[in-house]
Structures are given as structure tokens and as C-alpha cells.
Design a binder for this molecule. Structure first.
Ligand code: GCB
Length: 727
């Protein structure tokens, strides 16, 4: 008898077990309130119920599979609890056979409430609740492959490549309650005995066709079959990953710099209840930008997405949601989520590294419990997987001599210099210092980014203004920084897509982190998207005119920027003579803006057969709707004219100078306490981190105020108060 599967899509849903409504699974109850700001989305237990009409025949066994129940779930059949599961991102199954009566009431209690046991609890994204991935009924014969243990696929394939002899040794393991299994790889079938429920066969593939990244992601498959008719299969790829502290990443023996993006699994209006078509659209965008790697943050993603990465040759960083804040009572949950991640994702050739944690020291001190938790996770990964490396994404404040850095095989840092704090160049300095101090360590750049809202524009872009133009400047700097540091094993833009963080309220949007290169609804690719496309996508020739949404401009002369993967770009403005530039990636022209023809200027960029066009309109006054932070945008203009008494304090002093004085310090402390709120939970919980405090200490009060969007009157007022205090 063959295994049969079908999805359970029709359910009744309730928050209180009294009022029920019909929903279709995948479903989340936070699709709206988890995306609209206020940090007030529903977190608690909700219920899904439906009737099951399943008849057990011929000794078959019936299981239920949950591909994602966030964040924990308990499954009841006819009021009896059959299973519970902690962790919102992995598959789990439960056997129903013995409990089925023919018409049974299935209830699943799903809980995304806060607690101190299940990760994540503190992070910069919405913790959507729900049965947000498929629920399936699986019927198998009495003799069948294992289904229960850690949501296993029942089959594990370990390919080891010998590049010299162009061959691969492929070990296939299966788990079943039968005496033998027939395993087939590359046209060769073997019957293998099952010992203690485990079978293993080793195959040799000569003239192996490698899984070779985006160029040639070739996939083999392994099939296992029992005499009962139960049959499973998995795809696998033969490739060798290498890491070198100077050369960076190697794929199949050659230098292969990993350059790409991160992704969260959510979408405007849908939350995390995605369909296959949503995943497919996202991978197309990853292909379009020309990335060869993706960090699937900050938890286990859908199997559909790892499959797409396998098929497209995108190298993956996979991780668990051990994030921001270490919880003493959360250890077991980190281990079970990691066990499930490795069990369920092991066969994907695209996965290169297992991420132990993300910014875990942001709101926690490095103590023995945290170190031990990381050691256990690291050992678990190495026990379960002898082929892949472990990695951590460190917060910028983590001292580079911290003992935690020695636990994973390799490391990466999340650095936001030039956005939250400090200047762009500090990123370059950080890596240069790190690399010269620890030349033998393998280091990468796991997150960097700047928020932008496509409604906001400026000809003088500045940190904190949320304009598309600042986001471009930020990424131009980072792209260049990365290109000059080939030792970075992987770099991941944070983030390819805007995503929901219901605790945020900034940059003209409620509940969104806007560091995406593409908007939350995937409808608009921001200009910075094309910067990376120009640098990474060498296949699809294009020119992209930046600033199409920055239509109305008041200046006499304006900058026109073109991103292109061509080496020669011409610019045509109205009927003026052609302008030309040779170069790469970024082509910057300056053109006069006149008031003739109502100030309307037609602009066209051309390279070979590629063209792009836009219209700019000369206006008399700067367009107000382009400015988010209206007060901050004018600070420089008026503050330069303020005459300060240099013997007294002013907002031009640094935070640490002000803090060192008892009276000035007290005033500043009161102000700062209010400031971190709009950037959500994480900003709030990291604000006492000593390293963060040290870095902020070097910034002037004026720049801190500007970035927090303080208005002119409050800045003047604080300055007046400080001017009353003698240094
Ligand atoms: C980080 C976190 C990520 C946040 C990001 C940000 O370092 O790892 O979850 O979303 O910063 O935008 O602040």
C-alpha cells in the first residue's frame, strides 16, 4: 500500500472557545494587528477545530503533520490530549490511529503568548500566532518509515565529494519498523537490512555532477522503499563547502564569495501564512538581485523555501530563534529547535551553516549559563552533522575578545554603523581591526542596513531621514567596503524585504522595519535594490534611473544617478546633447534644472539596448511630503547660527561629556529614558548594554536628538538649559 497524504484546510477558529469562525489554513490571527504598530497584537492561546472522518483500514497507521504551529501547540482528539509541541517553526507529527472512532473532533490549541521557555521572546519582528503552514493527514502501512522523531523525513543523505577523482561517496540512512529497505541512488538499488530500526547504505557516484551554486545547482535523488509499499524520497546535492580566513568562502574548491540578503517569512496583509506562490515570488526576487546566498532569519523557514534554494543554487544560512535575550529556562527549547532544524533540513544541499544564535548578548551578559547553552548547541550540531560548520551572528557591541566567539566554528557580525550609531566608515575600521587582530579567524558580515520609506526623498540625504537616497548612499558605501575585503566569507543585507515588527513606529510607518530593498508588499523595488543588482546580476543587462519617485525638485542643479551592470551609460535630458560616462555599477550625472516648459524634464538613460526613463519637475519650494523628519531636516540650517557660550554646556557636547557632570547628566538621563521607545522592544531592552552606552557616549547630543526626530523647539530649549550650566 502506498502512503497517502492530504491537507486539512477547512477549520473553525476561536479566541475564546465560544465564538467560532471559518478559516482556511494556513492561517494566522495576527495578519492585521501584527502589522499595524502599537506592539499590541493578540498574544495568547487560540483554538482551531474540525471534524475528522477517517477510517482505519488494513492495519494502516494515520498521522497528523503540522508544518508550523506558532509558537506552541497542543493537539486534542475527542478532548484527549495526544501531543504538544514547543517551537513555532518546525514540523511535528502525532499518531492518531488508536484514538480514531470514525467521526472525531480534532482541536488544536495554539499559543503565541509570552513565557520564559520558548524562543523567541524578545526580537525585532512580530511573533505571529496560528497554524500558519500546512496541516496534513498522512496514512502509511503498518510497516513504514519513521514519522514521529523530531519531525524526521525518515531519510538522511550525506554526500562527501572528492574533487580530485570527481566522485562522491553518498551515505543514505533510513529509519523504519521493517526488516529491510530498498534504497536507490543514481539508478543503483540495494536492499539493506534494518538493524534496531536503522538502515544504512553507501553509494559511490563516479563522474559526479556537482551542485555548483547558482551556475549549476544539480540535484540527485535518493529513494527508499519498504516491502509494504511505503516509499519516501529526498533530493540531495554533491558539493564541497570550504572556509578560509583570507579567501573567504569556497564552493567545490574555488573561491566563491557569498554575497546576498536576509529574508523573514512574512508579507503585508498575510502575515506568515504564506502560500507556495509567495515563496516562489521571493526566490525570483533573490535571483533577480543576483544574490548567491540568503540568510533565512531568524528561525526555521518553510521546507518549500529551502527546496527553492536547492533548486536555484542559493547557499543558505539556517538558524533557530535563539535571539536577543538569553533565558535561563529556555535551554531545552534551544536544543529541541536545533535538533528539529537539523533533522528536518539536513538533506538540503543549499544549507552551508547552522546559526546558533543571533545578537544573543544584546540584552544578556555573557555568563556561564549562556556559554554552556552555546557549547551544547554547538556540540549537538557537530554530533548530528559532521559536514557543516556552526556560526553565530554577533551584535556590534560584543567585544571581539569575548569567549563566546570561540564556541562556533566561524563568526559573523551584525553592524549598523552609519545607521543607528556612528559613521559608515566605522564598519571598515571594525573589519580591518578584527582581521588584523585575528587573521586566522573566519569572519563575515551577517547584517547591515538602513531604513527607507519610498515616500521620502532628499538631495542632501542624511542618516535617520528614511529617504531612499540615504539608503542608496549607505549601501554604496557598504558594497564598496565589502568588495575591498574578500576575506568576508559571507555578507547579508538586512533585509531584502520590509517586514513586520509591530513594536516599531518610525519612518512614517507603523509596525514595520523598513530596511528592505523591496517593500513589504513586494510591489516596489527601492533604488538600492538596483545597486546590488548592478553589482551582482551579470546576466540580465539593465540601466536603472534612481529617483523616479523623487519627481519634484527645487534645486537649480540636480544629481541623476544610474545603477547599471554595463560599463558605459549615456544620459539624455530633453533635447540637450548626450552625456556619457564610463564606469561600473554607479554612474552619477549632474544636470541643471530649468523652469522652461513648466519645469518638466524628460530623462533617459541608455546603454546598448537597455533604457530607462523618468520625468523630473522643477518646483519653486522643496516638496514637503518628501520629508519625514521635518524638524530634523532643518536643524543644521538654524543651529549653525546659534551662538553658544563655550564655557557652558550645549547640545554640541558629546553624551559622555554631559553625563560626566552631575546636573547636566541628570537632565540627559531623563531625556534618554523616553527616547528608545519608537524603535520597538529590542531597542528598549538593549539600552542598558554598557558597550552601547560607550558608543553613544561619543556622539553629540545634537546628532542623537536629530536622529530621534526631536523638533526645533525642544532642541533649543535643551540647549538653553545646558547653556545655564558651567563646564
Ligand atoms: C538586528 C537584528 C534584526 C533587526 C535588525 C534591525 O541586529 O538581528 O532582527 O531587525 O537588527 O533592523 O534593527
Amino acid at each position: 500500500m502506498e502512503r497517502r497524504e492530504f491537507k486539512l484546510t477547512d477549520w473553525q477558529f476561536s479566541k475564546d472557545k465560544e465564538n467560532w469562525s471559518s478559516v482556511s489554513v494556513p492561517h494566522t490571527w495576527n495578519a492585521v494587528d501584527g502589522q499595524d504598530g502599537g506592539n499590541d497584537y493578540y498574544r495568547g492561546t487560540c483554538y482551531y477545530k474540525r471534524t475528522l472522518d477517517l477510517v482505519v483500514q488494513n492495519g494502516e497507521k494515520i498521522f497528523l503533520e503540522f508544518d508550523g504551529a506558532a509558537m506552541s501547540a497542543e493537539v486534542f482528539l475527542n478532548g484527549i490530549s495526544l501531543a504538544s509541541h514547543k517551537g513555532g517553526f518546525s514540523t511535528f507529527r502525532v499518531e492518531l490511529t488508536e484514538h480514531l472512532k470514525g467521526s472525531d473532533e480534532l482541536v488544536v490549541a495554539v499559543d503565541n503568548g509570552d513565557n520564559a521557555i520558548i524562543y523567541p521572546q524578545k526580537a525585532d519582528f512580530t511573533f505571529y500566532g496560528g497554524l500558519y503552514r500546512d496541516v496534513k493527514v498522512i496514512t502509511v502501512p503498518k510497516q513504514h518509515f519513521e514519522l514521529l522523531k523530531d519531525g524526521t523525513p525518515g531519510i538522511k543523505v550525506t554526500p562527501i565529494v572528492d574533487l580530485k577523482s570527481k566522485s562522491a561517496t553518498v551515505t543514505v540512512e533510513t529509519w523504519q519498523n521493517d526488516e529491510s529497505v530498498t534504497i536507490t541512488v543514481n539508478g543503483e538499488s540495494r536492499e539493506v537490512p534494518s538493524v534496531g530500526g536503522h538502515a544504512e547504505a553507501v553509494f559511490k557516484i563516479e563522474n559526479v555532477h556537482l551542485w555548483d551554486g547558482v551556475e549549476d545547482p544539480y540535484l540527485y535523488s535518493a529513494v527508499a522503499e519498504l516491502k509494504s509499499g511505503d516509499k519516501i524520497s529526498t533530493r540531495f546535492g554533491c558539493r564541497e563547502f570550504g572556509f578560509d580566513s583570507e579567501k573567504g568562502f569556497l564552493l567545490n574548491g574555488r573561491v566563491y564569495p557569498l554575497r546576498g540578503v536576509s529574508r523573514h517569512q512574512d508579507l503585508k496583509g498575510k502575515g506568515n501564512a504564506l502560500e507556495k506562490a509567495d515563496h516562489e515570488r521571493d526566490i525570483e526576487i533573490i535571483k533577480e538581485i543576483g544574490a548567491n546566498t540568503v540568510r533565512l532569519a531568524h528561525y526555521q523557514h518553510s521546507q518549500d523555501f529551502y527546496d527553492l534554494c536547492d533548486e536555484r543554487g542559493i547557499v543558505v544560512w539556517a538558524e533557530i530563534p535563539y535571539i536577543t535575550m538569553h533565558m535561563k529556562s529556555g535551554r531545552e527549547n534551544t536544543l529541541s529547535q536545533m535538533r528539529e532544524l537539523l533533522t528536518q533540513c539536513y538533506n538540503h544541499p543549499s544549507i552551508a551553516v547552522w546559526g546558533l544564535s543571533n545578537e544573543i548578548t544584546a540584552a544578556s551578559v555573557v555568563n556561564e549559563d549562556l556559554l554552556e547553552n552555546h557549547r551544547l548547541l554547538n556540540n549537538l550540531c557537530h554530533e548530528m552533522d559532521k559536514t557543516r560548520k556552526t556560526v553565530m551572528a554577533n551584535v556590534f557591541m560584543l567585544e571581539t575578545d569575548s569567549p563566546i566567539l570561540e564556541i562556533p566554528d566561524i563568526n559573523s557580525y551584525n553592524l549598523y554603523f552609519g545607521w543607528y550609531l556612528g559613521e559608515l566608515e566605522q564598519t571598515d575600521e571594525f573589519f580591518d581591526e578584527y582581521h588584523s587582530k585575528y587573521p586566522e579567524r573566519i569572519i563575515g558580515f551577517s547584517e547591515y542596513g538602513a531604513d527607507s520609506n519610498v515616500a521620502f526623498h532628499s538631495s542632501n540625504p542624511e542618516k535617520g531621514d528614511y529617504t531612499e537616497e540615504f539608503q542608496c548612499l549607505y549601501h554604496e558605501h557598504m558594497l564598496n567596503m565589502i568588495e575591498n575585503r574578500p576575506y568576508l566569507w559571507a555578507t547579508h543585507v538586512w533585509n531584502l524585504f520590509d517586514f513586520a515588527a509591530d513594536g516599531r513606529d518610525e519612518g512614517g510607518k507603523h509596525g514595520e522595519n523598513q530596511k528592505g530593498l523591496v517593500t513589504f508588499d513586494r510591489q516596489t523595488k527601492k533604488d538600492a535594490f538596483y545597486l546590488y543588482k548592478a553589482a551582482w546580476n551579470k546576466k540580465e543587462s539593465f540601466v536603472h534611473l534612481c529617483g523616479k519617485r523623487y519627481e519634484k525638485r527645487a534645486e537649480e542643479e540636480t544629481e541623476i544617478k544610474v545603477y547599471s551592470n554595463q560599463d558605459h551609460v549615456s544620459l539624455f535630458v530633453d533635447n540637450w546633447p548626450e552625456m556619457e560616462l564610463d564606469g561600473s555599477t554607479v554612474f552619477t550625472f549632474r544636470i541643471p534644472l530649468t523652469a522652461e516648459n513648466g519645469g518638466v524634464h524628460k530623462i533617459k538613460a541608455v546603454s546598448g539596448s537597455c533604457t530607462d526613463e523618468m520625468t523630473i519637475i522643477k518646483v519653486t519650494k522643496p516638496e514637503e511630503s518628501y520629508v519625514f523628519n521635518k524638524a530634523a531636516a532643518t536643524v543644521n540650517n538654524w543651529f549653525d547660527a546659534v551662538e553658544n557660550d563655550p564655557t557652558c554646556f550645549s547640545v554640541a557636547d558629546t553624551l559622555s561629556e554631559l553625563r560626566a557632570h552631575p546636573q547636566a547628566g541628570m537632565i540627559i538621563e531623563q531625556m534618554m529614558a523616553k527616547a528608545s521607545a519608537s524603535r520597538g522592544d529590542v531597542a528598549e531592552s538593549v539600552k542598558d548594554n554598557p558597550a552601547l552606552q560607550r558608543m553613544m557616549g561619543r556622539m553629540t547630543m545634537l546628532s542623537l536628538l536629530k536622529q530621534s526626530g526631536a523638533d526645533e523647539e525642544s532642541i533649543r530649549q535643551l540647549n538653553r538649559v545646558l547653556q545655564g550650566i558651567k563646564k
